[in-house]
Design a protein around this ligand. Structure first.
Ligand code: ZN
Length: 347
């Protein structure tokens, strides 16, 4: 069986590497979820590489998990500090590209991603998780776009000048606070103008509907699941899913066990079937054309059966056993992401 390359909506590998002193992306390691050798083993063709500035840098985990463990850490972050950290992470991504000998490419168009998938080059999309990363002046978006930024989450799970992220709660509705600020609404228009993807994962529900009203691009949640199956605040209600469907957008299925399981438990002994259950539900709601993956690798606890990025073929096999054929698997693995990115970026 020829393995199908996976293009993925979210990883926190840059933050993990920063915490580990930028050791070992090019050698196979046991720690973390993504390095180049394991990416190749798993058929991981690339994805959105998040630049995320945590409130504290002493935690061992990044991304979603750190706040799940310590919700009190989700206070607003000084935008000067956020820009310093995110800018450093972005520079390190370009550093990885430079040191990769052609095996990793920072991509700016859908055509470049397609070329990478064909050539076996790891495709990295520069993504900011939280618009405080732009610094105190949002006009920096244009500058970062010129350098390669193609995706922006308006918020992480904390408030900022643009909107309010969902705190990590279980069980909880995602309707946890006010919508976008005027600066947030303006930033959505600016993203549309430049062709920067606006990521809805981590945004609260009122902010979601504000984006839905303003944006001209497909609605995208890079790493979120179905609230009907796992009532975490980070997951999407059926109404939100219907809006994503109507915009011809996409949901990237998150592998974080706490966003998969009906009980929301941070339990590694979670079967791969829990991921498949969300895929089934989302496909039922959105259609096979509007579901992809958004692993949260290196930012969350994933099922032990997956282990890390090298386990992706086991997930595809589990989906095959559930009746997904090769054309459907190719859509889920990368074709749907490519369609939405092309529509959003205009290339
Ligand atoms: Zn996240």
């Amino acid at each position: 069986m020829v393995s199908i390359p996976v293009f993925d909506g979210h990883n926190d590998t840059l933050l993990r590497l920063r915490r580990e002193g930028w050791l070992g992306f090019f050698e196979r390691a046991e720690r973390g979820h993504i390095d180049l050798p394991r990416a190749r083993e798993g058929g991981f063709g690339g994805g959105l590489f998040a630049c995320f500035a945590p409130n504290r840098e002493d935690g061992r985990r990044g991304g979603d998990a750190i706040a799940t463990l310590a919700e009190g850490d989700a206070s607003p972050l000084d935008p000067h500090r956020a820009r310093e950290v995110a800018g450093a992470l972005a520079e390190e991504l370009f550093g990885l590209e430079a040191r990769s000998g052609g095996s990793l490419r920072v991509v700016r168009t859908a055509g470049e991603i397609e070329a990478c998938l064909r050539e076996g080059v790891l495709a990295a999309v520069l993504h900011f998780e939280g618009a405080e990363n732009l610094g105190p002046d949002p006009s920096a978006l244009e500058e970062f776009h010129e350098r390669g930024l193609r995706s922006l989450g308006l918020v992480w799970s904390r408030p900022n000048a643009y909107g309010h992220g969902v705190p990590f709660r279980f069980p909880s509705s995602p309707d946890t606070g006010p919508g976008l600020t005027e600066a947030g609404r303006e930033l959505v228009r600016e993203c549309n103008r430049l062709g920067v993807l606006v990521d809805l994962s981590h945004l609260n529900e009122r902010g979601f509907w504000d984006v839905a009203r303003i944006t001209e691009a497909p609605l995208v949640a890079t790493h979120s699941n179905a609230h009907a199956l796992c009532p975490a605040s980070r997951n999407l209600t059926d109404r939100q899913l219907d809006a994503i469907r109507d915009s011809d957008g996409i949901v990237g299925v998150n592998f974080a066990v706490g966003f998969l399981r009906p009980d929301g438990a941070e339990e590694e002994d979670t079967p791969l079937g829990e991921i498949a259950r969300h895929v089934d539900y989302l496909v039922g709601r959105l259609g096979i054309e509007r579901v992809g993956f958004g692993s949260d690798f290196d930012g969350a606890k994933v099922p032990r059966a997956l282990c890390d990025v090298s386990g992706l073929p086991r997930l595809l096999e589990a989906l095959r056993e559930r009746g997904y054929g090769e054309p459907e698997l190719r859509k889920l693995a990368h074709e749907n992401w490519l369609r939405v990115l092309r529509a959003t970026w205009g290339a």
